[in-house]
Write a protein that binds this ligand. Sequence first.
Ligand code: ZN
Ligand code: ZN
Length: 406
Amino acid sequence: MTMIVIENVDIFDGLSPEIMENHHVVIEQGRIKEISHREVRLPGASVISGQGKTLMPGLIDAHYHACLVQVSGYDLATIPPSLLYPAATNLLEASLRRGFTSVRDAGGADFGLAEATRTGIINGPRIFCSGRPLTQTGGHGDMRSRSHTEPCLCASHQGHMVAVVDGEDEIRKAVREEFRKGAHQIKIMLNGGISSETDPVWLCQFTDAEIRAAVDEANRRRSYVMAHVYQDRQIRKAVDLGIRTIEHGNFLTLDTAHYMTDKDVFLVPTLVTYKALRDKGRRFGFTDEQFRKLDEVSGAGLQSLENAVAAGIKTGFGTDLIGEMHVHQTEEFLIRKEVQSSFEILRSATSVNAEILNKTGELGVVAEGALADLLLVNGNPLEDISLLAGDSHNLSMVMKNGEIIS
Ligand code: ZN
Ligand code: ZN
């Protein structure tokens, strides 16, 4: 593997609001070997000029769904895997071009898909997968319609995409099964959701004992549980029962936000999905009832982020998009600007998300020894975060694992 030197570049390291001006960065064997304010001369190295550009860590999306694809004529209950995975490949490749070098898949993607991007079969981000998310019967992941009756083993179970489980024993078995199959973390559904037909958003799903069983099994694996949850009361319960990352969290109050900070629990808001669903939900077959749920949830989103910021919660960066809505992925940067500084948003999408992935120091930073997942931005994103928005026209380089992708 050739050595690469990026010369005369300003650096945002993912941790500090101060830009390191005019530095020289050496990349070798997939890692950052050296960062120096002195010029570096290395015979045989390929040299990239960083003049007028900012080098920053590759972006991380901590709430992503590679497998929530959209293929005309199919829904997620009927699409065969052989059609699903090529569509997922397209989503992943586009996200990498947008600068997302890692994603935490919040349900659907498995170890095989993660391997496909790790080995370069797919030119996509590193995937930290959850395997099948766990949902109770009639929960947010249970996509069977009201008219569906058992026994039936048809595809609407999405056997490869979601695990419908009830009771501690089934939960333990499902968590063990997902880890056996290579999941990095476990995803669990603790409230109703917008896209599911049969459950109201306010429904608190799973009993305390069931949630505790999932957390216990994940902890035994030295991993953790991420939870889909909206309601303030259910967020507090999730924190008490050992959930490590709260996904969405739209009805988070300031009081509970302080509680999360005290307990060192992460929040991963996903605000752009509500905007994208409003724009494109009809084409995705959303019903009036689903739009009503969307209104209920999306109105509270920015306030919860404001509460999180005020309480000092470690806040990650997620998008939670479906199918063609992924083109809106970078709009999350713009939506958050109303509440967070550019530095805080960028830190969320880099070093905070790396901490969520348990990859502190390896990902989400520009530092000696870190993996060379890097972006070269035309201009300074700390001054103008919109440089990262749109479809990557301000990225002059996307590098993953020391290799230039685009
Ligand atoms: Zn969710
Ligand atoms: Zn999700």
